[in-house]
Design a protein around this ligand. Sequence first.
Ligand SMILES: *[C@@H]1O[C@H](CO)[C@@H](O)[C@H](O)[C@H]1NC(C)=O
Ligand SMILES: *[C@@H]1O[C@H](CO)[C@@H](O)[C@H](O)[C@H]1NC(C)=O
Ligand SMILES: *[C@@H]1O[C@H](CO)[C@@H](O)[C@H](O)[C@H]1NC(C)=O
Ligand SMILES: *[C@@H]1O[C@H](CO)[C@@H](O)[C@H](O)[C@H]1NC(C)=O
Ligand SMILES: *[C@@H]1O[C@H](CO)[C@@H](O)[C@H](O)[C@H]1NC(C)=O
Ligand SMILES: *[C@@H]1O[C@H](CO)[C@@H](O)[C@H](O)[C@H]1NC(C)=O
Length: 656
Amino acid sequence: MLPTVLSIVAAATGVRMPNFGPDFVPSTLDNMNGEYIYSTTPGGTPGMMPKQYRDYPGGAEAYDVYSGPVSTLYSQVWWTALAPTAFPDGMVRKYNGSKVAIVGWEIDQVRRTPKGDISVPISASYNHHFVATMIGAGARFKKISLNGPDDPRAAPLRKRCHGMLNWEQPQYVVEELAGSSSTGATSNAQFSSANGGEYRKSYHGFPPGFALVLDSPTEFQFTPMQIDTWNREKMNISGPLPPAFVAGPEPAASLASSGSSHSGLLECPMTSRLTKEVDVTYAIRTDGCATPILSFQECFAAAAKTLSASGRPPLAYLNTTGSDPHRPVGCSVVLVDEVAKAGLPTTTTLTARVYFNRIVYSTAPCGSMEKLPGSCVCSVNPPPFGQIGGVLMYHANASQAADVGSGAADRFSPGKCAPSPATTILEQRNPTCDIRNYQGGQWACHHMWSLLDKEQPIPWADQPLVFQHKWRFWVQPYDPSYHTALTLGESVGSAILLGSPWEYDVPQCGQGVPGCSWECGTVSPGCTWVHTVTGSHMGQHTFVAFNPHCHAPTCLQIDLYTCDKGTALDQCNATTGKLACRVKPVYGDAGHPAIQNTRFSEPGFIAIPDCFWGKAENGLEPPLNLTDVPLHVVKKCNATEGHYGEMSGGQPWVIV
Ligand SMILES: *[C@@H]1O[C@H](CO)[C@@H](O)[C@H](O)[C@H]1NC(C)=O
Ligand SMILES: *[C@@H]1O[C@H](CO)[C@@H](O)[C@H](O)[C@H]1NC(C)=O
Ligand SMILES: *[C@@H]1O[C@H](CO)[C@@H](O)[C@H](O)[C@H]1NC(C)=O
Ligand SMILES: *[C@@H]1O[C@H](CO)[C@@H](O)[C@H](O)[C@H]1NC(C)=O
Ligand SMILES: *[C@@H]1O[C@H](CO)[C@@H](O)[C@H](O)[C@H]1NC(C)=O
Ligand SMILES: *[C@@H]1O[C@H](CO)[C@@H](O)[C@H](O)[C@H]1NC(C)=O
């Protein structure tokens, strides 16, 4: 019996075993998702953290609950707030009027069937991320609708929402109840860490003695972002799990090569259902553009916006993309008096043929709009890279009943990417910094948008994938002399973000591509193209856990360095700093004993082993007080292929 062993250890080392009293019945359940993988900090000793929640000193209770449901068709994104879920009755009743110490939780995605719960493979529905908030009796959720992206209630919500807010969707805000004995951190708490494709096998727990503390727990509210990548014909998700991943149809902009172990959809490629409405004015020019328009999504919107405001507005726009050396680069337009034909207006025949040329070099000049090669559509006085606003708009294909997407994503704002030394992605001209360069990522995903190109039908439209998230909360009665309360770092300014602010693109590497290096034996055995992003930030609060959220299947290594207090941020780097935490994601097919032969052994899937600080008896270094300590993060990705929207979210749990 492990508790006995621990008691002996405790007696020998003077370690205190908590006693949760006569009413406490510890669970004998196994972890829902099996054992987890942890990272060891440079001064730590591996193997001394409990492998099962039930082995926590003093034991732990387990409470299971389902949220949801989520329902999607192939290629659709789910990204909206689910109605609040009540914590299980037993937990609510037991902790009514007292504080619960939540020591961790597990999440799976399951279909509830008459034969029991069946896990949904991550290669069938990809969790891009989730945000979640729990409340106690001192607070309540209120459902609201925002008036627009600039609604004053949007800013705090945006901070809780992975950097971008689906403002068109209903939101849940937390209201503290007047006169309640519990307030602030113990009446409501965010718990959104270790999310993404790694969320099932990454640890959502804390080292023994640390906990998320809530007074009289009542409900939690969960907003998952899921992407349906399930090939209904080739992947049997009712058979032995996991089925081998087989890609379904993908849009032209998908970066996943054929035979990839992941679906290109999970990176939210920009499709032809989208346009870019950029905050800039355009002009039709016969002498060329200083800076050509970079995408068809901006070109078609720019041409329509400019010509519709002209003296002779066309009544139809035919939009085409191609690669033609006889036309100018970028966006051009020819006006034609079309012979009346089906589908075009008969009263007038003036049609704009808008052409986006993919080639980056052409000697073809811009000319008049009357004949080929046509006039150029140019932006006037475009602001510098990274300093422009705009929005992506979705245009459903009206002939596809399954296409129910609509609306706009959140706005891009000027200065979306922070300057160096916070991150190197602005100087690397990462496409995620600027809507004009944007090619894919979470801004191109939105609730119910399809990630197929407009002319591609949404297949298997009669086979929605309906599932729920299954949660197991592991808890102990809060004992103030034993537990130290933790707070999600991003809710108190401790997140370390190297992206724009969360995401960035990993370019396909080659000689001369910014951030790229050919590395042998550094992050993996053998040689590989590696893309590196670094950033320095001032530390805040005391770290107990650190999870660097990143996406399968490009993430290779994340290092966190601490520098001496007083070191200038731009002088804090991997040489001047001291390594505090190194995380190497574990791939689903790497043969790790915690994953091999389980339902999680999917090749294109990763687990992120978190770093922990805590008690010596768990092999941990003491919690790290990083307030006013300069930090440096080095993030390395496999750049053999390109990837959109890789995550860079350094998510600590901290003592405030
Ligand atoms: C907590 O207990 C009080 C007093 O018995 C009761 O009025 C209240 O409804 C309970 N709250 C919950 C959420 O069960
Ligand atoms: C999928 O697997 C289940 C369980 O093995 C089996 O009953 C079912 O027939 C399979 N479905 C297909 C379409 O092969
Ligand atoms: C071409 O693009 C413009 C701008 O999005 C749009 O208004 C127009 O309907 C498109 N034309 C066709 C035929 O889809
Ligand atoms: C780190 O900073 C020091 C001090 O500015 C500098 O000498 C060194 O070259 C830097 N190292 C790296 C790897 O950038
Ligand atoms: C952490 O360090 C800061 C700055 O030195 C200090 O003000 C704070 O009290 C420390 N916090 C703890 C928990 O020791
Ligand atoms: C990098 O990714 C490619 C596929 O894009 C894969 O074949 C290769 O094994 C990966 N290398 C490492 C070191 O993970």
